[in-house]
Design a protein around this ligand. Structure first.
Ligand code: GLC
Length: 712
C-alpha cells in the first residue's frame, strides 16, 4: 500500500478536511479576515497549509508542530506570493514582459524559487497569467500584458523556472497558475467586478496561458475571485471540471483565492457556509484559502449528503501527492540547514535583477536623440516625488524585498556619476496631499544642465484592490512637470508605474520619456545604465498605451468590424474627440540603434495542414550603436467563418546587430498554429488567404506584409 493510501485509510474525517484547509500566518496580510494559524490547530491536524509564512526558524517551528506533534505527522505546505522575486526583487511582471525573453523570465523565476526555498517556502502563488487590456485595473501590473501568445510564453517559462525538473529539489518550489478565468476582464477595470466575456473570447484570449502552464506541468491552479457572466469562478464546475480537469487534463491541486469560498455568500450563490463549501468542493476546489468554510462546512455537508467522502478523498489525495512530490515527507523543513547564501551568490542575484531591469525599461520617446546623456554631465536636477523613493521601485507583491537593499533613482545616478552635481527636489508628494514646493523645484532646476523628472505612482496605486478611474499622474505631479517643462531646459521623464499612464501633454513636450515601471531591487542602477547609454534599451510594450482612459479596454488584435477604423472617415470605427489609435502601440519601444526591415519573403506561399509557414526577412542596424532588435511576426486570416482580428501575434525573434550590420531572420510556424475558435467553439483551421506581417511593433505603418494561402 502506498504512503498516501495508508494515510487516507488512517485519517479521520477531520484530519482529511484539515488537509484542505489553508490559513494565513501573521507575517503578512494579503486579504480580509483574521483567521490565522495557531499551534493547537496544526497539532490537531486541522491545518494542511499555511500562507504568508517564511524564514527558516518560523517554518521549522511550524513544520515541527505538524510533523512531530500531530497524530499522523503530515507536513504543511508553506505558501507565499513570490510573484517577481522573494528577497532579490525583479521588475514587476508587466515590466519584465517588456523584455520579450523567455530565457530571462525563466532565470528570474529560478532565482526567486531558490530564495523562497531558502526561506522555507514550498509553493508560490505565481505566475499570474491574467490577460490585461484595461489599465484602470490595478492588477495589470502583475500579469503578462494584453496578448495570449506572450502570456503563454510567460506561463511556460515561469512554470519551468519555479518548478525546475524535480519539485523535491531545494532549488525549486511548486507554481500556481492564477487567476483562472478572465479576471483581467472585470467590468470597467473595477477590481473584483463581474467579467462579461463571450465563450469564444474566453477560449481565445483568457485561457490559452493556463493551457500552456498545465502543459509545462504547473502544480496548482487558483480560480479568480470574479464571476464570469454570473458564475463565480470558485464554483464554476464547467471550467474547473470540464475545461481544467477534462479538456486540459490538469491533475494538480486547485487552491481557492483568499477567503473566496466564504465570499460565495456575497456573490449570492450560497445561503450559508455549508452550501458554499459543498459547491466549491464539488466544482473542484481542493484547498480553501483562509475562509474556514471547509473546516466549518464540509462535516455538515457530508452529514447532509451534499458531498461524498469520495469527493473529499479525491481532493485530499491531490494535496498529499503534491506534498510527496515536494519531498516534504522526507524533508519537511527544506530550509534546513539554513542555506548559506554566499556573497558571490548574492551578487549574482543582484546582477540578474539589474539585467532584468535594464531589459524591462521602454524608451517611449527620445526627441533628437537627447538620450543617452553625455557621461561628463556636470549638473543634473532630479525633480519629483520618486527621486529618492525605494518602496515604489519594488512595486506590489514585493515579498521579502523590503528586508534587502533597494537602489532608488537618485542612488543609481549618484553611483554612476560620482563627480556630477546632482540636486534633488521632490517638489510635490506623490498623492498631492503634502506640501507643494514647485518654486523650490524650479530654483533647483534653473541651475541644472538637464532636468530628470521622477514621477508616477507609488506601489499602492497598482496591484490588488488598486483600480483607478483616472490613470494620469496622481496628485500635483502634472503641475510640477509642466513647471519644469516651461523652463526651456532639456527634460527627461522617468515614469515609475504599474500601468500605462495617460499623459499626452508629457509625451508631446518632454525631450525623452522612459517607462521605468517598478524595476525591483536594482532599479536605480538599471535606470542610470540606460539614461547614460551604458545599456542600449530594447524593451517593448506588452500592452497598448492609451491616449485617454476612455479608450479602455484597448488592444491591438481588434476585430475589423464592418466599418474598420480609418482616420478622417466619418462612418468608421473611431471617436469624434480622440484618435482611436493608442498613444504607443503594442510592441513599441525605441532603441539607441535604428533598425530597418527589408526583403520579406514568404517561402511557402501555399501550405497544407502538416506544413510549416516559412518566412525570411532582413534586419539592418542603420546606426552607429550596436543593439538588439525585437521583430514581431503577426498573421491575419482574411476570410473565415468567424471574424478574425486584424493582427494576431504568432512569434517574436530578437537579434543583436553590430553598427551597420544586416542579417537575415528565418522564422517558421506550423500551419496548425493558425487554428482559431470556430462557430461551434471548437478549434478549427480553415483554408483560405492569409497575410503575414513583420514589424518592430503592432503599428500598422511599421509593418511589411506578404501573403500565403492555406489549402486543406
Ligand atoms: C490575494 C490574491 C491572490 C494571492 C492570494 C494570497 O487576494 O488575489 O493573487 O495569491 O490572495 O495572498
Amino acid at each position: 500500500m502506498s504512503r498516501i493510501d495508508a494515510l487516507l485509510s488512517a485519517m479521520t474525517i477531520e484530519e482529511k478536511i484539515g488537509q484542505l484547509n489553508m490559513v494565513a500566518s501573521t507575517r503578512a496580510v494579503t486579504g480580509p479576515g483574521d483567521i490565522r494559524e495557531d499551534d493547537g490547530s496544526i497539532r490537531a491536524g486541522r491545518i494542511g497549509s499555511v500562507l504568508n509564512l517564511w524564514g527558516a526558524s518560523d517554518v521549522r517551528r511550524a513544520q515541527r508542530l505538524a510533523v512531530k506533534e500531530s497524530r499522523l505527522g503530515i507536513p504543511l505546505l508553506i505558501c507565499h506570493d513570490v510573484i517577481h522575486g522573494h528577497r532579490t526583487i525583479f521588475p514587476v511582471p508587466l515590466a519584465e514582459a517588456c523584455a520579450f525573453d523567455p530565457h530571462l523570465w525563466e532565470k528570474t523565476a529560478r532565482v526567486a524559487a531558490q530564495e523562497a526555498s531558502e526561506d522555507g517556502i514550498t509553493l508560490t502563488f505565481a505566475p499570474m497569467l491574467d490577460i490585461g487590456r484595461d489599465p484602470r485595473w490595478g492588477r495589470i501590473v502583475e500579469g503578462p500584458g494584453e496578448d495570449p501568445w506572450v502570456a503563454s510564453q510567460i506561463a511556460r517559462a515561469k512554470t519551468i523556472g519555479y518548478q525546475g525538473s524535480d519539485l523535491a529539489s531545494r532549488q525549486c518550489i511548486a507554481a500556481t497558475a492564477k487567476h483562472f478565468g478572465a479576471y483581467g476582464a472585470v467590468t470597467a477595470g473595477r477590481e473584483y467586478a463581474s467579467a462579461e466575456v463571450s465563450e469564444r473570447t474566453l477560449r481565445e484570449i483568457y485561457l490559452p496561458a493556463f493551457a500552456a502552464a498545465i502543459e509545462a506541468g504547473v502544480a496548482a491552479i487558483m480560480p479568480a475571485f470574479n464571476d464570469i457572466a454570473g458564475m463565480p469562478m470558485t464554483i464554476n464546475a464547467a471550467l474547473l471540471q470540464g475545461e481544467l480537469r477534462e479538456r486540459l487534463s490538469f491533475e494538480g491541486v486547485v487552491i481557492s483565492d483568499y477567503n473566496a469560498i466564504a465570499e460565495l455568500l456575497n456573490h449570492g450563490v450560497a445561503r450559508d457556509i455549508v452550501e458554499a463549501a459543498s459547491l466549491a468542493l464539488k466544482a473542484g476546489v481542493d484547498i480553501d484559502m483562509t475562509s474556514n468554510a471547509y473546516l466549518e462546512g464540509l462535516p455538515v455537508a457530508l452529514s447532509r449528503g451534499l458531498i461524498s467522502i469520495e469527493e473529499i478523498n479525491a481532493s485530499v489525495r491531490r494535496v498529499l501527492i503534491l506534498k510527496e512530490r515536494l519531498g516534504l515527507f522526507e524533508n519537511p523543513d527544506r530550509s534546513a540547514p539554513p542555506a548559506v547564501v554566499t556573497d558571490a551568490t548574492r551578487h549574482e542575484r543582484r546582477s540578474l535583477s539589474r539585467e532584468a531591469a535594464r531589459r524591462s525599461i521602454v524608451l517611449l520617446t527620445n526627441k533628437d536623440g537627447i538620450l543617452p546623456l553625455l557621461n561628463d554631465i556636470q549638473r543634473l536636477a532630479l525633480i519629483g516625488p520618486l527621486v529618492d523613493a525605494r518602496e515604489p521601485m519594488l512595486g506590489s507583491w514585493a515579498s521579502a524585498g523590503h528586508e534587502e537593499p533597494i537602489l532608488s533613482i537618485s542612488d543609481g545616478l549618484r553611483q554612476a556619476l560620482p563627480t556630477c552635481h546632482i540636486n534633488v527636489v521632490s517638489g510635490v508628494t506623490i498623492d498631492g496631499e503634502g506640501r507643494k514646493a514647485i518654486d523650490e523645484a524650479r530654483a533647483c532646476a534653473q541651475k541644472a544642465q538637464v532636468i530628470i523628472l521622477c514621477i508616477g505612482e507609488n506601489a499602492e496605486m497598482s496591484g490588488e484592490a488598486a483600480s483607478r478611474v483616472d490613470i494620469g499622474l496622481p496628485g500635483e505631479q502634472q503641475a510640477l512637470a509642466q513647471a519644469m517643462l516651461s523652463l526651456g531646459k532639456p527634460v527627461i521623464a522617468l515614469l515609475t508605474s504599474g500601468r500605462p499612464l495617460v499623459a499626452p501633454w508629457l509625451f508631446e513636450r518632454a525631450d525623452a520619456v522612459l517607462a521605468t515601471w517598478s524595476l525591483g531591487s536594482e532599479a536605480g542602477a538599471a535606470i542610470a545604465d540606460v539614461v547614460l547609454g551604458r545599456f542600449n534599451p530594447g524593451g517593448k510594450l506588452p500592452v497598448s498605451w492609451p491616449r485617454h482612459v476612455g479608450q479602455a479596454p484597448l488592444y491591438y488584435s481588434q476585430r475589423p468590424t464592418g466599418r474598420p477604423t480609418q482616420v478622417g472617415v466619418h462612418y468608421s470605427s473611431c471617436y469624434i474627440d480622440s484618435p482611436a489609435t493608442p498613444q504607443f502601440p503594442f510592441g513599441h519601444g525605441l532603441s539607441y540603434s535604428v533598425f530597418t526591415l527589408h526583403d520579406l519573403v514568404c517561402k511557402t506561399p501555399l501550405i497544407k495542414l502538416n506544413d510549416r509557414l516559412q518566412i525570411c526577412v532582413s534586419v539592418r542596424n542603420e546606426s552607429a550603436e550596436a543593439g538588439e532588435a525585437t521583430i514581431f511576426f503577426f498573421i491575419r486570416d482574411l476570410v473565415a467563418s468567424v471574424a478574425r482580428p486584424v493582427l494576431e501575434l504568432k512569434g517574436v525573434q530578437k537579434l543583436y546587430l553590430e553598427a551597420g550590420k544586416c542579417e537575415n531572420i528565418v522564422w517558421s510556424l506550423p500551419a496548425r498554429e493558425l487554428a482559431f475558435v470556430g462557430q461551434n467553439l471548437e478549434s478549427v483551421i480553415e483554408a483560405g488567404d492569409f497575410q503575414i506581417f513583420v514589424g518592430q511593433s503592432a503599428a500598422p505603418e511599421s509593418l511589411i506584409v506578404e501573403c500565403f494561402k492555406v489549402i486543406l
